[in-house]
Unconditional design. Structure first.
Length: 334
């Protein structure tokens, strides 16, 4: 065999063996239980499931269980990350539906620290008769949240809907790839792909995070157009069912003072209030705190338990008048 063929074969064999070794090395040394991209991958493969309805795309598996970011994540028989409750609220109980994405779901925090559970526990501590459920699913936009509410939330007969809005809710429908075996099974592939994407962002080959978010809210952006339709859809669903709706805005936690997306918040507020729906900006609850102190981990700016506790204090006062109305008219939530 010619020398160059031997060398080429040697390179191929060595490369193949290195790739084979990369997977166990990744699982042994990189998978610490708090590596963001791997924990998101576990969430996608162990808790989420593909939903081929075009307005939903993916959902939570019922009765799923996984350890994610060192926290126990379980879903109930409906796929909600909240304790199981009966389909019909008990007499005198006001039921609250929480809709949103990974922030509502409670990425990186224990069940009791999630924003919905913080709100419910605070209201119960005040003597209010309430229960609720968490429709939050990671990577949902507002259109998916509306479709999920219609499919799963409405049958739980809530009295109040809390739509937890985050700046990336203006994204268009996710693109799904059902045929990437490596992405489904290889931790090494997931890590390499994520790090390559991060390198591209840092090198300026893709838009930085501020430009990315702001571009979502251009007047002609398709995701923003769909988001506006979905907000109107939530308002109609609530009005038709005699349900009270409130939209609470969770700030992007990289920078808080001055907040770089005040213009985007104002744009969302305008759309919400045009529907006659109350809008509550939660930025004032956290803007004087150090941003990294509010993150799940330093590379992962999802709100941690400290942030959820602080932001819940901005939601509860807005719910009190709604509960008072239910109490006086239907003897619920008193």
């Amino acid at each position: 065999m010619p020398a160059f063929l031997k060398n080429a074969l040697l390179v191929i064999v060595v490369t193949f063996l290195c790739l084979i070794a990369l997977e166990p090395m990744t699982r042994l040394f990189v998978d610490t239980g708090k590596t963001y991209e791997l924990e998101m991958w576990k969430y996608a493969t162990r808790v989420k499931q593909r939903d081929y309805r075009p307005d939903i795309g993916h959902s939570h598996r019922p009765n799923a269980h996984a350890d994610l970011m060192a926290e126990d994540v379980q879903t109930d028989s409906h796929g909600f990350r909240s304790p199981e409750i009966p389909l019909t609220p008990p007499p005198g109980v006001a039921r609250i539906a929480f809709s949103g994405d990974s922030i509502a779901m409670g990425w990186g925090v224990g069940l009791k620290e999630t924003l919905p559970m913080q709100v419910l526990s605070t209201l119960k501590a005040q003597g209010r008769k309430v229960d609720g459920f968490n429709l939050g699913v990671g990577n949902y936009n507002t259109s998916q949240e509306l479709a999920s509410y219609k499919d799963l939330g409405a049958k739980m007969k809530p009295d109040i809907i809390v739509l937890i809005y985050f700046i990336n809710d203006g994204e268009p429908m996710p693109i799904y790839d059902d045929h990437n075996w490596l992405e489904e099974h290889s931790e090494a592939y997931v890590v390499m792909k994520y790090r390559f994407d991060a390198l591209m962002r840092s090198s300026g080959e893709v838009p930085d995070w501020k430009k990315y978010y702001r571009d979502l809210y251009k007047d002609n952006a398709p995701g923003w157009k769909k988001t506006q339709e979905a907000i109107a859809g939530f308002a109609k669903v609530a009005k038709d069912a005699g349900i009270q709706l409130i939209v609470v805005h969770v700030p992007e936690l990289h920078e808080l003072k001055p907040y770089p997306f005040a213009d985007v918040t104002a744009k969302v507020r305008s759309v919400v209030e045009a529907q006659g729906v109350q809008f509550v900006d939660l930025l004032p609850t956290v803007e004087n705190l150090d941003p990294p102190s509010l993150w799940v981990t330093v590379p992962d700016p999802h709100p941690n338990g400290v942030a959820d506790i602080a932001m819940s204090k901005g939601i509860v006062p807005a719910l009190i008048p709604m509960l008072d109305k239910l109490c006086s008219t239907q003897q619920k939530g008193c």
